[in-house]
Design a binder for this molecule. Structure first.
Ligand SMILES: [Zn+2]
Length: 87
């Protein structure tokens, strides 16, 4: 099922130009409790609704970006570079 994804660099492109990197998770810091790491590696929220995901613009500028996608409607609500504050 195709949908549009807006690259902050290239603009709106079809999802077929991208490669999905999966859900973005907050990586624990060294020294954090083991259960934090277990959660990081093994659990995914698979939320129904907004989800932050990694996308790689393989057929464009070849950069990784973050997209907020509604997993129910497949609508991408916003995209931004990793490390940028979420609008
Ligand atoms: Zn791009």
């Amino acid at each position: 099922m195709g949908f549009l994804l807006k690259c902050p660099n290239c603009g709106e492109r079809t999802v077929y130009e991208y490669r999905s990197g999966g859900e973005e998770t907050d990586r624990p810091q060294p020294g954090d409790p083991a259960q934090d790491w277990t959660r990081y590696f093994y659990l995914r929220r698979n939320a129904a609704g907004d989800q932050r995901e990694w996308w790689y613009h393989a057929l464009g500028c070849r950069r990784w970006l973050i997209a907020v996608r509604d997993t129910v409607t497949n609508q991408v609500k916003e995209t931004y570079w990793p490390g940028e504050a979420q609008a």
